[in-house]
Ligand binder design. Structure first.
Ligand code: CU
Length: 196
């Protein structure tokens, strides 16, 4: 088989895999949220499918005594870089099981330390130098997830066609779920109203 044939096959494969993928969009209503509610919407475990974590690291920054972004969803096995962008020291630790109750230590401006999240679950990120700081890493079973924007809207792109359970995560509100069917083209919709 010549190179041209191989490239044609690869191109067709790319074409079909993108053709049979859709977008899930919707709105998440969060009682009490006046700005971005920072809700996560994700496709739950797909039967018989395991996903390789991305080679590229995710980033959680520390800027003006805040974890940025406030909520970072990642696929299980993803390595997150924790960067300090402030001109003073920060620490990162988590009391949660999903982060193996780590304490990464303290470091100065421009430096970063990394951690690979081995299991699904939520983990709060805290800084023992600034008790007001709080961020969240949400470790998920599939790469199909999104965080709500400032209006509570979300869009999960490139989801392969199929029927799935969609779930929500919010730091204070109860999880909700919905069944969704992604067609071979176009958009599926799922709105949620979360409860306390
Ligand atoms: Cu700090």
């Amino acid at each position: 088989m010549g190179k041209t044939v191989l490239w044609t096959c690869l191109s067709l494969l790319c074409f079909f895999s993108s053709a049979f993928a859709g977008t899930i969009t919707g709105h998440v209503e969060c009682p009490g949220a006046r700005t971005n509610p920072w809700a996560v919407v994700y496709v739950d475990q797909m039967s018989g499918r395991e996903f390789s974590p991305p080679a590229e690291h995710a980033l959680m920054d520390q800027v003006a005594k805040e974890f940025v972004p406030h909520v970072l969803p990642v696929l299980k096995g993803t390595t997150v870089d924790f960067r300090n962008s402030d001109p003073f020291k920060h620490n990162v630790f988590s009391p949660d099981e999903a982060a193996d109750e780590f304490n990464l230590g303290s470091w100065g401006q421009g430096e970063k330390r990394s951690y690979t999240f081995p299991k699904t679950g939520e983990a709060v990120m805290l800084c023992d130098l600034h008790p007001e700081m709080e961020g969240w890493i949400v470790v998920l079973p599939t790469p199909y997830f999104a965080v709500t924007d400032g209006n509570g809207n979300y869009a999960i792109k490139d989801v392969p066609a199929g029927a799935y359970t969609l779930k929500t995560w919010h730091k204070k509100l109860k999880p909700a779920e919905a069944q969704v069917t992604v067609s071979e083209s176009g958009e599926s919709k799922a709105d949620f109203t979360l409860k306390k």
